[in-house]
Design a protein around this ligand. Structure first.
Ligand code: FPP
Length: 248
């Protein structure tokens, strides 16, 4: 038996089979605001705490052996929030992108983004592009930040590309659409985790998640832990994925 790191050992102790982990985990990091409110803090403090959680969850996922982690950091709909919150979030994500780059690079993390990043503030866009360029040859976990991301907007962007390329209608297939998504080489998510209890997808990876398993926990994102991540993986392994077929 190979040597297990502490995250893998914890997984095995919980009954997880390390040979059938979800390759791609997507997370809707919800509940920062409610967590802050409950504690009497400003909403932004909830997002700051959420950033700390994200840092450790990325490490946990990487140690466990997850190949792709995609997180919903800012949705195309989040612009509707109060201006101070939007500005605070943008600044927080930019600071995180700059401050974490060295550690992520050392940990062999490959950074990607999903979303209309040409519409985000220039400082953030530059920090993201620098992170992507610096880590593009890394071979560890692929960490994708969905920023200014909307699943419907992504499909609209695909359709525009196909029309611009003069694609004839009879050549439009599901495969062709998949090949024009923001990250066409990423496998589809196997497991989507949502924190803070809401039973919705909220326009996240709607094309790619057609067959993915959902795991919703009541725990708000700032309190999400390695144990919570493992509970999601265990639930995933206890489901039978049928992809529309019959499984005996
Ligand atoms: C949802 O909580 C969370 C967000 C809209 C932002 C997620 C951002 C972070 C976790 C901050 C750090 C991110 C990076 C990439 C460094 P909510 O505000 O909708 O919570 P609520 O539903 O309780 O109000």
């Amino acid at each position: 038996m190979r040597n297990l790191n502490s995250m893998q050992q914890k997984a095995v102790d919980l009954g997880i089979d390390l040979t059938s982990l979800p390759r791609h985990v997507a997370i809707i990091m919800d509940g920062n605001g409610r967590w802050a409110k409950k504690k009497g803090f400003a909403r932004l403090l909830g997002h700051r705490e959420g950033y700390k959680t994200l840092r450790s969850v990325l490490l946990n996922a990487s140690e466990l052996g997850i190949e792709y982690l995609t997180v919903y950091a800012f949705s195309a709909e989040n612009w509707r929030r109060p201006v101070e919150e939007v500005a605070g979030l943008m600044k927080l994500i930019e600071t995180a992108a700059r401050d974490e780059l060295r550690a992520m690079h050392q940990n062999n993390v490959r950074i990607c983004v999903a979303g209309r990043i040409d519409e985000v503030p220039e400082g953030l866009r530059r920090a993201l592009l620098h992170g992507i360029e610096t880590t593009k040859n890394n071979t560890g976990i692929t960490f994708t930040l969905a920023i200014n991301y909307g699943g419907r907007a992504e499909i609209v962007d695909v359709v525009k590309q196909l029309i611009d390329a003069g694609t004839p209608a009879n050549e439009v297939t599901e495969e062709l659409i998949s090949q024009h998504l923001y990250n066409p080489t990423h496998p589809e998510p196997d497991l989507m985790v949502r924190t803070a209890g809401e039973m919705r997808w909220s326009n996240f990876l709607i094309w790619q998640s057609a067959y993915c398993e959902l795991y919703v926990t009541e725990v708000p994102w700032p309190e999400f832990s390695s144990t919570e991540l493992l509970k999601g993986v265990l639930t995933f392994q206890q489901r039978t994925r049928k992809f529309g077929a019959v499984v005996e």
